[in-house]
Ligand binder design. Structure first.
Ligand code: AMP
Ligand code: MG
Length: 420
């Protein structure tokens, strides 16, 4: 249990202990950003009826006989107000976009290519381009066939998916339950933001950082009161957190300092932690285990106190955990974070790190422009990579990843980058 494990092993060991939480039904207006927990098939063909995709005239293709074709206008079909009248030889019906194609017609010509002779109620057709049979008609089932699977369980619903579900006539949808994630902050030095800090105190920023990350990645955050650095208070905070949450995060007290009590509490509540040391920088001490409470087993993640360690470890370990609990990509049964692409970039300036751990730098990407010799984007690490520097990830939009075994990188060297 005193092993020093890799980032991948830590993530794997967390994920293999977690199961999706279950599902609930919500109205479509509440479904954006939620994870779909059903497989959605189209109940019908889409479109359900053939209709015009341009404003113009519906007619029979065979009646078009070159310039100055004349057809008599026999009615109109508007969106929502179709014409039942059959279009016969040498006849046409005025039609608007979305209106059903009247019986007998097979083609729509755009009104830009036509003139109506009002006196004789005749359509004079003068095509600028060649017309194809069936042009400007959306056919039945062209978009989706009845019974076709359109959305898979485990995907996150974006605006276009919500529009699609509404288009399928759905008022409600089954989505995965959002994990409730409690955030415990430990530290005698902490005060709530808004309370003036004493001479040796600092505002509790981690709770709000973690709470915001939880909400950003689909959980429901519960920020608990600050626990001072004493074992009883920390134990009580964890017990309260476990009672109302599906996942408990804490910050601080997992290292080897004289006042670091979180780790022993996590150890006691889980009947023995799974691990607590990861070859990652920032974030080496991270305690993980499953508390066996009276109700459901609750995973506990004791994050380090340094704000940037919290940020990096949230993305590398907690975000995949929330994804798993929240059913994200459940149909694939793999590590959801493995689907986040890593891109290769070139370093803007030299970087010195430690060879003993995987290092996550904060920075941003710049387009390579039109430099054909060097087509990779450029990764700019931000100036101060200290794990306690509060500004670092506010200024960053990407992680630069320096693998174990590498310590010195030069400007122009290749570096792996992950979007944040
Ligand atoms: P620890 O992991 O408890 O040794 O804390 C490491 C560093 O992170 C110390 O400088 C702490 O003051 C700082 N720290 C711990 N908890 C928080 C927090 N909730 N918000 C901001 N900084 C914190
Ligand atoms: Mg502390």
């Amino acid at each position: 249990m005193n092993e020093f494990i890799s980032v991948e092993e830590a993530r794997q060991r967390i994920l293999e202990r977690l199961e999706p939480l279950g599902s609930e039904r919500v109205f479509l207006s509440q479904a954006r950003g939620r994870v779909l927990a059903e497989r959605v098939a189209s109940p019908d063909n889409s479109p359900r009826f053939a209709h015009a995709s341009r404003d113009g005239f519906a007619l029979r293709f065979q009646d078009l006989r070159g310039p100055d074709t004349r057809l008599s206008l026999v009615g109109q079909s508007a969106a929502g107000a179709p014409s039942a009248r059959e279009v016969g030889p040498a006849q046409a019906v005025r039609i608007t976009t979305g209106a059903p194609l009247p019986p007998g017609a097979d083609t729509v010509v755009m009104q830009e290519y036509c003139r109506v002779d009002a006196a004789s109620n005749t359509l004079v057709f003068d095509p600028a381009d060649a017309i194809q049979p069936g042009q400007w008609v959306r056919q039945i089932g062209e978009d989706m066939a009845a019974g076709e699977v359109i959305l898979e369980s485990g995907m996150r619903l974006g605006a276009a998916d919500i529009g699609l579900l509404a288009g399928l006539g759905r008022a409600m949808v089954t989505v995965a339950r959002r994990p409730r994630v409690a955030v415990v902050s430990t530290g005698d030095e902490l005060v709530d933001p808004g309370t003036p800090p004493g001479p040796a105190q600092i505002p509790n920023s981690n709770a709000y950082l973690l709470g915001a990350l939880v909400e950003e990645f689909g959980g429901i955050a519960q920020i608990l009161p600050i626990a001072p650095d004493n074992p009883d208070a920390i134990r009580q905070a964890f017990v309260a957190a476990i009672a109302g949450a599906d996942l408990v995060l804490s910050s601080g007290g997992v290292s080897v300092g004289a006042f670091d009590h979180t780790r022993e509490i996590v150890d006691a509540l889980t009947g023995g932690m799974d691990f607590w040391k990861i070859r990652i920088k920032p974030g080496k001490p991270l305690a993980f285990g499953i508390a066996r409470g009276d109700t459901n087993p609750t995973p506990l993640v004791g994050l380090p106190g340094n704000p940037n360690a919290c940020f990096v470890c949230f993305h590398q370990f907690v975000r995949p955990a929330i994804d798993r609990l929240g059913g994200y990509l459940s149909a694939l049964d793999s590590d959801p974070s493995a689907r986040r692409p890593t891109i290769l970039a070139r370093l803007a300036k030299p970087v010195k790190t430690t060879a003993r751990r995987r290092v996550y730098l904060g920075g941003y990407l710049e387009d390579a422009g039109s430099d054909a010799q060097n087509p990779r984007p450029i990764f700019h690490p931000t100036a101060n990579q200290e794990s306690g520097n509060l500004r670092l990830f506010s200024q960053a939009t990407a992680f630069g990843i320096v693998d174990e075994g590498v310590a010195d990188l030069e400007a122009g060297d290749e570096i792996k980058v992950e979007h944040i």
